[in-house]
Write a protein that binds this ligand. Structure first.
Ligand code: F6P
Length: 322
């Protein structure tokens, strides 16, 4: 292992830069050169590689986003695109590839490593925390904290005006951000995109709180495939239960910002581990976090279905908000 490449793919997440820094500095410490690929898989297809030395990753540990930039790359889903990407890696004499990203990026990495004889290691990095085999993906903690800060502010206005707010958080199909924000902000109820909107139950929870003197109610909504599910909840509450609620969609504010301690710490450890896997001669690995430890498993084993934890946490939220 003499030359490795690293790229970030899919949505950016706070802590990606910590992992990039750890990859670069660990590799250099083992006399391995590192090449940063600009704009994710698209940059691999377009041959956008540049060498990263130790100082090129200086002063980034505290920054959000990714210095390598990122993209959602359609071309990499085609055989032709992946062939170009492999040819460029060969041209640059790259012996191993590190991919930082979420579920979709990991699927791309897995297909690529099945098709070509090139060691690939995935580092889970997405605010969605949606990779089954790992308890943690880099960026999740910062995104949750950002959303909590926002809901706390909304709560001030909700109490002052005695209002109900419907706050929509990111996460696509993953319920993780919604669950954590719902529990930590004392929400009355959570709406998950995977489940029917139970407006009767939500309305009953809001009314129960008002009856015992609550001055505000917060309903957290997970966005699903497309932002805007909150408006359906708002309409149902208004039309069927005469509850007037305000909608606030937090959106991309949750993706940026200074990484928290957790994202810096786990990001640094995962980056370091990824290089060790490549140096050890591993071919197709995913870095994971389990029981407080960073380790790795085969890339092919990291897509099992995640357990459904919506229901128990919804029960917790409802029990604690009474
Ligand atoms: O995957 C991270 C994420 O922020 C999701 O939570 C969200 O659904 C999606 O990306 C938004 O993607 P984009 O920034 O491409 O609109």
């Amino acid at each position: 292992m003499k030359r490795i490449a690293i790229l970030t793919s899919g949505g950016d997440s706070p802590g990606m830069n910590c992992a990039i820094r750890a990859v670069v500095r660990t590799a250099i410490g083992h006399n391995v050169q590192v090449f940063g690929v600009q704009r994710g898989y698209q940059g691999l297809i377009n041959n956008e590689l540049r060498e990263l030395d130790a100082s090129s990753v200086g002063n980034i540990i505290h920054t959000g986003g990714t210095i390598l930039q990122t993209s959602r790359c359609k071309d990499f889903t085609t055989e032709e695109g992946r062939k170009k990407a492999f040819e460029n890696l060969q041209k640059n004499k790259i012996d191993g590839l590190v991919v930082l990203g979420g579920n979709g990026s990991f699927k791309g990495a897995k297909i690529f490593s099945d098709e070509y004889d090139l060691p690939v290691v995935g580092i889970p990095a997405t605010i969605d925390n949606d990779i089954s085999s790992t308890e943690y993906t880099i960026g999740f903690d910062t995104a949750v904290q950002t959303a909590i800060d926002a809901v706390d502010k909304i709560r001030d206005t909700a109490s002052s005006h005695e209002r109900t707010f419907i706050v929509e958080v990111m996460g696509r199909k993953s319920p993780a951000i919604a669950v954590h924000v719902g529990v930590c902000c004392g929400a009355e109820n959570i709406v998950f995109p995977s489940k029917e909107i139970d407006s009767a139950r939500i309305a009953a929870d809001i009314k129960r709180g008002i009856k015992r003197g609550k001055t505000s109610s917060i309903i957290v909504v997970g966005e699903g495939e497309k932002a805007g599910l909150s408006y359906e909840v708002q309409k149902e509450l208004e039309n069927s239960h005469q509850i007037n609620a305000h909608v606030c969609i937090l959106g991309h504010i949750q993706r940026g910002g200074r990484p928290t301690h957790q994202d810096r710490f786990i990001g640094s450890k995962m980056g370091n581990q990824a290089v060790k896997e490549l140096i050890r001669g591993e071919k197709s690995r995913a870095i994971i976090y389990q029981n407080g430890m960073v380790s790795s498993i085969s890339l092919e084993n990291c897509f099992e279905t995640k357990i459904d934890y919506e229901t128990p946490f919804l029960e917790l939220v409802r029990a604690l908000s009474r």
